[in-house]
Design a protein around this ligand. Structure first.
Ligand code: C2O
Ligand code: CU
Ligand code: CU
Length: 572
């Protein structure tokens, strides 16, 4: 019965990027995961009736790049070659393992021919884009070496900053870690009217963390602890590079910030204590600029920041760093590891610099911050189809399994609430599921057998439907395994259209650590990824328009995603 997965796994280990890249032994957590089927089969031909405005070939392959002094680092890297369209579509990031920055206009018809030279299956997903299900990069569309996956879609999104990255089940985390990721910017006429800083004054900042061995090779998660918490590297990379100051002029800049890390959460703040001026989030511009003392940025989230160096004297140095915070890691881990996260020498929640700006040029032509940025409708509860029965997304954390809605990815078929009618507006509620587990006297035994949790879906319908205003029992009650707390923060990402967060409620007993992050939790604008803190209950409204088919939702802590903390909606 388990012959098939085992064969897949063995082949994966033999040929995986990790193997090729010379890790002495396969990470132990690999054996506990569902490996992607080594057979691809996701290849498809172009549609002869589709006339693209823009077309490029995207290739993923192994390369070596210079990141540290000394030997080059072996990575996996996206490269691209433009076939049709203006050359602004692709901007290579020299010396970086990141894929080229892609720049598109709303309304463009796009064709991408994706192939790879990796020995394990992969597939590319357009994180943040509203595209048909068949174009979304579903794990089942993974292709093997030699196959080509053709994507064809129209750019429907408003202006925004998105991500392209691999999405094969069980290997997303390792492939992203090895380097496969890139940024994708969409422009639209509403944004163009604002005259926001552009060209040299628009700077993408992709934040990632990595660990290197003595030969400058990437080191990845090696134990259960790192798998459970998510992998944190001990060096911060910005756009695939380490350190170094960015030289700026004394004027306003637009920083397009992406958290491209596997699991690291940042609390972004300026070294001089000034506010972070946010003009946009995952799904594009806000209505008006918003000022925050700091902003939390979890894996998969993006931020559009107005950075004004106007009036700064030559030589001024300003640093964007991560400020100290608590509460995103399980207390169990904190007490066991003395506050250290996994093996990282740079614990999540500690203070460290990320990127430094040095004013080296005087300018007097700075644009001013617009008071109004964008107009869009605010979704209201009286517009949703299911006001009294929110679709639950129950976060289930245990040392043995990280789950959403009681089932690991790929098991049990769609639960009733996972089937959503097309062109509907839905209320969703994300919450931690400890209370339900407690009430049902769930034993350690049950935790070891994910299939033994069949009752959970049923239970959740009750919680989602009746208990939604209840307030935070779960947060305070997250006890398991002899009194240890097991509750951590999860960035929950929903494929398909962007949503709006309508409320956040924190449970009793979590207020103290919550206080260190709450003023920077992003709830404004259109989002596709939302950071849910321990004990927190987040409600959101999401449209499921235009496209039928299967759309994933998952934790964007990529180790969690690969562990099965991923489910699907069937839009019908
Ligand atoms: Cu950025 Cu389904 O992922
Ligand atoms: Cu996505
Ligand atoms: Cu998670």
């Amino acid at each position: 019965m388990d012959q098939k997965p085992r064969r897949g796994r063995r082949r994966f280990l033999e040929h995986s990027a990790l193997g090729l890249l010379g890790l002495a032994s396969a990470p132990s957590w690999l054996s506990a995961m569902d490996m992607p089927s080594s057979k691809g089969g996701g290849g498809n031909p172009p549609n002869p009736h589709f006339k693209p405005d823009v077309e490029w070939e995207l290739i993923a392959r192994e390369e070596a790049v210079s990141i540290l002094d000394g030997p080059k680092t072996r990575v996996l890297r996206y490269t691209a070659r433009l076939i049709t369209g203006p050359k602004e579509v692709l901007t290579a990031l020299p010396g970086s393992y990141l894929g080229p920055l892609i720049r598109l206009q709303q309304g463009q018809k796009v064709r991408i021919q994706f192939r790879h030279e990796l020995s394990e299956p992969t597939i590319t997903h357009w994180h943040g884009l509203h595209v048909p299900a068949e174009m979304d990069g579903h794990p089942q569309q993974a292709i093997s070496k030699g196959e080509t996956r053709v994507y064809e879609f129209e750019v429907l999104n408003r202006a925004g900053f998105h991500i392209y990255h691999p999405h094969p089940h069980g290997a997303t985390a390792s492939q992203v870690y090895m380097g496969l990721a890139g940024g994708l910017i969409i422009h639209d006429p509403e944004e163009a009217q604002l005259g926001l800083p552009s060209g040299d004054y628009e700077i993408p900042l992709v934040l990632q963390d990595r660990s290197f061995d003595r030969n400058n090779q990437l080191v990845y998660a090696s134990n259960m602890h790192e798998r459970m918490l998510g992998f944190a590297g001990d060096q911060i990379l910005v756009n695939g590079r380490i350190g170094g100051a960015i030289e700026v002029a004394s004027r306003a800049y637009r920083l397009r910030i992406m958290n491209g890390s596997n699991a690291r959460i940042y609390k972004l703040g300026w070294s001089d204590g000034s506010n972070v001026i946010v003009i946009g989030v995952d799904g594009g511009l806000l209505e008006t600029p918003e000022r925050y003392p700091y902003v939390m940025l979890a894996p998969g989230e993006r931020l559009d920041v107005w950075a004004d160096f106007n009036g700064q004297s030559l030589g001024t140095v300003l640093t964007l760093g991560s400020l100290p915070f608590k509460g995103v890691l399980p207390r169990m881990a904190t007490s066991m590891g003395g506050g250290r996260m996994g093996a990282s020498k740079l614990p999540i929640g500690s203070a460290y610099p990320i990127v430094t700006f040095k004013v080296t040029q005087k300018r007097s032509d700075s644009p001013t911050l617009p008071t109004h940025l964008s107009r869009y409708p605010h979704y209201r509860l009286d517009q949703v189809m299911n006001k009294d029965r929110p679709i639950p997304i129950a976060i289930k954390e245990s040392p043995m399994a990280m789950l959403l809605n009681g089932q690991p990815y790929g098991q049990g078929g769609f639960q009733r609430f996972e089937r959503v009618p097309v062109n509907s507006l839905q209320l969703l509620e994300i919450f931690h599921d400890h209370a339900a587990a407690m009430e049902h006297g769930e034993s350690k035994e049950a935790l070891k057998k994910p299939s033994g949790m069949g009752g959970m879906g049923h239970q959740m319908m009750g919680m989602g439907g009746m208990n939604h205003e209840g307030g935070g029992r779960e947060g305070a009650m997250g006890m398991m395994d002899g009194g240890m707390m097991m509750s951590m923060a999860h960035p929950i990402h929903l494929h398909g259209q962007q949503f709006q967060v309508i409320s956040r409620t924190i449970g009793m007993g979590e207020e103290e650590s919550y206080g260190t992050v709450k003023d920077g939790l992003m709830s404004s604008g259109y989002k596709d990824t939302v950071l849910v803190m321990p004990g927190e209950r987040v409600r959101l409204i999401k449209p499921f328009n235009d496209f039928k088919g299967v759309f994933m939702y998952h934790c964007h802590n990529l180790e969690h995603e690969d562990m099965g903390m991923m489910r699907e909606f069937e839009v019908y």
